[in-house]
Design a protein around this ligand. Sequence first.
Ligand SMILES: Cc1cc2nc3c(=O)[nH]c(=O)nc-3n(C[C@H](O)[C@H](O)[C@H](O)COP(=O)(O)OP(=O)(O)OC[C@H]3O[C@@H](n4cnc5c(N)ncnc54)[C@H](O)[C@@H]3O)c2cc1C
Length: 416
Amino acid sequence: MREEAGQTAIVVGAGIIGAAIALELQRRGRQVTLIDRDEPGKGASFGNMASIALDFAAGSGPSTWRKIPRWLLDPEGPVWLRPSYALRMLPWFLRFVAAGRPSRLREIEDAGMALSGRALVDFRAMLQTIGAPELMTEEGCLAIYETEAEFAGDRGHLEMMRRYGFEHQVLSGAAARHLEPALSPVVAKAVLLPDNKSIRDPYRLVLKVVDTAKALGADVVSASVRTIERKADGRIAVALEDGRHLEAASVVLAAGVRTRFVAERLGEPIPLETERGYHTQIMRPGISMGYSIIWPHRAFMVTPTAGGIRVGGNVELAGLDAPPDYRRPRVLVRHAQRILPDLKVEEASDWMGHRPALPDTIPVISPSSRVPGVFYATGHGHLGLTYSATTAQLVADMVTGETSAIDMTPFRINRF
Ligand SMILES: Cc1cc2nc3c(=O)[nH]c(=O)nc-3n(C[C@H](O)[C@H](O)[C@H](O)COP(=O)(O)OP(=O)(O)OC[C@H]3O[C@@H](n4cnc5c(N)ncnc54)[C@H](O)[C@@H]3O)c2cc1C
């Protein structure tokens, strides 16, 4: 019956973005097929730092670019560029710099904040739908600073939080240690971000979202999508690498960084790059923590998760195919032990994942500009977990023809 009414939808990619969209479309009466080339949740969504980082929605302006040469020269710095990949990165990097001009930067911030402003409410609603509100912690996040100079260096971020009305509280080192006793006395100052919650197990979250979509009637197919085309009757045909074909009234492309390959074949290239990131999951850390911690100067996080303490972050620019360099997370763990002196590294595992990154740092959440019935949800960069439930609402609005509560212009695909 749904088929007769043209109410079928295919979602490509079962990371947190595609899974959340599949669930929301199924809830809104679409018959959904969710396709992934791998097991659901094994992409970037598997190992992120689990933070609902509402305050992070800033573009990268001159204050960030000025730091980049220093970061690149520092073998322990937060950004690594593999020399063999530098030329490939150049067009993306030029767009990144262009997106940081002051007028554009404010537009980007406004767009990010429009998503952040509703992210927590949408996320809580998604957790209710999957029957797992306990996956979100109630403690917030502590941004920590070792020196006054580090704190001053983060001034732009604090101003941005004030401008957009983000709740935050500046604390002395002693007050921060009162909240989180595992912190070292080297921490001189901190900012408490009470609304930056974290998710106890991001991988389990994806599995629960997929399972709930299935329980509501969605199908999950294991296959790699090759191409997509619109047929004469208006339906969208999806060709799989194994030779099979599926079709539906609408198709949503949410394949993380690999969305760029499908988009290219559709004739609308997107400047999607991978910002590779690492984590070390420490199963026996020897300490317990309530708050997640971010050290802005070193650009990494420490998050308490269901499976121990996770240390990770940073950016490696090396493309999709280069093997992981696990010396990177070692550096992060050393930094973590500086601020958490009793942190032990026993039973630990390392992981590397690909953030789907666009040079202007805001996602594409948009109908295709070429093929009616095709939609994109990709490029969530550092904030895919944070924006997942909100993206699902916005994409479902587009697919079902409802008016979105926010202006979707900044997220259109043809902005590049
Ligand atoms: C180290 C690190 C820390 C992070 N920390 C945070 C954080 O604290 N908070 C936050 O909000 N975000 C964080 N992120 C970012 C976040 O993880 C990503 O933005 C998010 O996971 C992207 O989700 P996705 O569903 O778009 O992509 P993915 O999770 O990568 O999923 C894409 C899926 O598409 C599938 N696929 C690809 N191509 C095809 C094809 N052709 N056919 C079928 N299937 C296909 C893949 O197999 C994959 O399962 C972090 C990322 C990293 C790497």
